[in-house]
Design a protein around this ligand. Sequence first.
Ligand SMILES: [Zn+2]
Length: 404
Amino acid sequence: MTDCVACGAGTLVEFADLGGIPVLCGVHYATRDEAVASPLGRMLLGYCENCAYVRNLGFDPQIMVYDTTMDTNLHHSAAFRGFSTDLVEGLAERHELAGRRILDIGCGQGEFLRELCEHTGATGFGFDPMYAGTPGPDSSGAFFVSGRAPLAEPAQLPDFDFVTSRHWFEHEDDPYAFLTALRERAGDREVRGYIEVPDAGYDLATAGWEVIYPHVSYFDSVALAAIVERAGWHVIAEGTWFSGMFRYIEFSTRPSGPARTGREDVGRPQDAGRLFWPDHTAARDRQLNAVRGFAERHRRELDRWHTTLAALRDSGQRPVLWGAGSRGVQFLTQVDPKVELSAVVDVNPRKWGRFLPVTGHRVDSPETLREIQPGAVVITNPAYTDEIARSLTELGLDAQILTA
Ligand SMILES: [Zn+2]
C-alpha cells in the first residue's frame, strides 16, 4: 500500500493497468531503429478514496530522464500562445507583478517567463532540464538554468515573490516535497504562486490519451487543493481553463486572499473577477466516479478507434494523425502499433523527418498532406480543432476531422 502524497490521509488503490507505454513520449528520434528501441515503462494507476488523487504506482524516476533533446513545447500552437498571453496579463494584474522576482519551475524553452518579465518588468529565474537555450540572463530580464530547481535544498532556490509552474508539477516524483521546499524558501514573506497542470477530471473522464509516463500525478480540484494546503500554503483561487483541459491553482503564504488586488477569484485569464469556488465534496465524488469507470472506458475507446481506422483505410480514406505531441504518441502506441496510418504530421519543424518512440512513426510537415489527400484527419486535442481546420482549408484539403 502506498500512502497518498496529496492529502496524507488515504492509501492508494490500484484501478487501471495500461501495461508498458513509451517513457520518452516527448522525444523524436533521428532513425526508426532508435525510435523503436525507445524504453517502455509500466503505467499502473492508483487512486486515493479520500481525496481522489491519482498516481502511476509503476513510476520509476530512474528511467524517466529529462534532457535538452526533448521537446514537450506547446508554444508552437497559436491557440496555446494566445492563451499564454491572456494568462500573463491576468497574473500581472491580479498579483501586481511589476518589478517583482518570479521563479518559474519547469520553464520549458522560457517563452512564458520571458513574456511575463517583458510585460511586467519583473526579474525571472527559470529552471528546466529540457531548457535548450543559452543559460544565464537574457534581454527579457529572465535568467535561465538548464537543469532542475534545487528543491532538495530550499536555501539554494533564488529569492522569489511569485512562483509559477506550468505543466511540470505532475512530472514530479514527490509533488509534496516540491511544495514544501517552496514554502520553506518563502519563509515569513508574502509570496504567491500559480501552478497549472492537465486536469485529471478531463484526462480520466475521457479516453486517457493524456495518461502518459512522464505524468506521475493526476490532480482534480480536491487533490490539488489538498496538497497545496498540506504543504502550508493558502489557496486563493482555482479552476480550469483552455476548454477544461488545464487546471490551475493560485496560492499564497497569507490566508487573507489576494489583498494586493482585492479580487477574490478568476474564471479565465481574460475574465478576472468571476467567482468560482467548487463544492469539494461533489467534485471529489464526480472524480471518484470518473476514476472507477476509467479502465472500462479506456478499453472501449481503443476498440472504437481500431474499428474506425480499419473502416477508413478499407474505404480508401487514407486516415492521418495531426499532432505528434505526447497525446498523439500515446494514441499511436495504443491504436496504431502496426503503423497503418497514411501519415503523422505536426506543425513543429523540429519534428519533421524524425521518428516517434516505440511505434517508429515518421513525422512530416502538414504540407505533405497535399500529396496524400487524406479523407480523414484524426486529432487528439479538441482545443486545436479550429486551428487545424483552418490549416486544412489553407492546404486546399477537404478532410473530415475526427477527434480522439
Ligand atoms: Zn488522498
